[in-house]
Design a protein around this ligand. Structure first.
Ligand code: ATP
Length: 131
């Protein structure tokens, strides 16, 4: 089994470091599938699920933005936040989603719509990964 090391780090500390056969993630330029020996690159990540494949099993992480650095034998993901499905508080994400939706529907001038849209994306991403 050809594997590469995957390390996921956030401001809260390391979230995961382990060996996987393939890392799939959504860069801002599109979907990337990384295998051992990939050419080096740095890419900004979208709010999305990172999928980590090993022995027919796929682990998922909800990642909030950040960057990935790819080297032939290692992928490092530096994200603002990253959660495993078991660490996601579904009620909290549901509440964040409802709050963001309310703000986006509001007609008030003082609503920061971009901020609300990003909060909505984070909440939807967490709910998808948790379920
Ligand atoms: P909220 O409004 O609920 O705080 P948020 O999207 O603004 O959500 P972030 O700023 O992305 O939250 O994250 C702040 C911290 O809280 C990070 O450490 C993140 O991992 C954690 N976090 C946020 N939402 C959840 C959740 N639903 N379950 C578990 N951890 C969460």
């Amino acid at each position: 089994m050809k594997t590469l090391t995957v390390s996921v780090v956030t401001p809260d500390g390391p979230i995961l470091e382990d060996s996987f056969e393939m890392v799939s993630c959504k860069a801002e330029s599109g979907e990337l599938g990384i295998l051992l020996g990939h050419i080096p690159l740095v890419a900004p990540l979208s709010i999305s699920a990172v999928r980590l494949k090993r022995e027919n099993n796929i682990e998922r992480l909800a990642v909030n933005g950040g960057f990935m650095e790819v080297r032939p034998d290692k992928v490092t993901i530096l994200a603002q936040s990253a959660e495993k499905p078991t660490d996601i508080d579904i009620q909290r994400a549901e509440a964040a989603k409802a709050r963001a939706e309310q703000r986006l529907q509001s007609k008030q001038d003082n609503v920061d719509f971009l901020r609300a849209e990003l909060a909505l994306q984070r909440a939807i991403n967490r709910l998808k990964v948790a379920k």
